[in-house]
Design a protein around this ligand. Structure first.
Ligand code: SAM
Length: 214
């Protein structure tokens, strides 16, 4: 496996600066967080429930963030966990959180730049597609490394949340973001070679599971 130092992009800079704030979304109990920012917790719980349906799966977590998902999927029965992220600060949090666990590996890189030979039983892409300007290429990359189930999340395009998120990310932080409806995700994953694309709808987005086509 090879990787290279990730170049600084607005998205990488954004997550580098916001790593602690993002991490706190998992524990904060304020009414605002409970009303509007439950997406990461719901995605983590959904991913853990999918992992629990496999028999000791090897898990690849693309855009793993601060390790909250890693912790949950290991507790749900993953036999090994590889987390990839291009934010060094996110990875510092993740390493500290998972240091007591065995069979854990982290790679600091843009995932497109990693030359990974393995395939994984479960591939996670939680809160990732919202930030990718080449989603088709990303889905194909995931297809190459997925031997069982892909779990991905997407933010839904809607009239209320889309303008608020565009203001926060694009105007204030210069970080481009993308929105989907179910048909977009189905086409994206189908074109990349996934089948049995199933959706679970949430308040502001949706979760997807899919399997590689034979
Ligand atoms: C919204 S956070 C989600 C983190 C984690 N999946 C979770 O649900 O807790 C998105 C993460 O993806 C990472 N990321 C975005 N684009 C990436 C890329 N091209 N390569 C590697 N990491 C990326 C960011 O640094 C950030 O940590």
């Amino acid at each position: 496996m090879t990787s290279s130092v990730a170049k600084t992009t607005p998205t990488r800079r954004y997550f580098e600066r916001r790593a602690e704030a993002f991490d706190r979304l998992y524990t904060r109990q304020s009414p605002g967080t409970r009303l509007l920012r439950m997406g990461p917790r719901r995605s983590r719980d959904f991913a853990a429930s999918v992992v629990a349906q496999h028999d000791s799966p090897a898990v690849l977590d693309v855009g793993c963030g601060p390790g909250r998902v890693g912790e949950a999927v290991i507790e749900a029965g993953a036999s090994s966990y590889m987390g990839v992220d291009f934010s060094p600060r996110m990875l510092e949090l993740a390493r500290a959180r998972l240091e007591g666990f065995e069979s854990v590996q982290f790679i600091e890189s843009d995932f497109f730049d990693i030359d990974l030979l393995e395939r994984f039983d479960v591939v996670l892409a939680l809160g990732l597609f919202d930030y990718l300007d080449e989603p088709g290429r990303a889905a194909s990359w995931m297809r190459e490394h997925c031997g069982g189930t892909l779990v991905a999340t997407f933010s839904r395009r809607d009239r209320v949340k889309t303008p608020i998120r565009r203001l926060h990310y694009e105007l204030i932080h210069r970080c481009p973001i993308y929105f989907y409806v179910e048909a977009d995700a189905e086409a994206l994953l189908g074109d990349a070679g996934f089948e049995r694309v199933d959706f679970v709808s949430g308040p502001r987005g949706f979760f997807v599971t899919a399997s590689p086509s034979p």
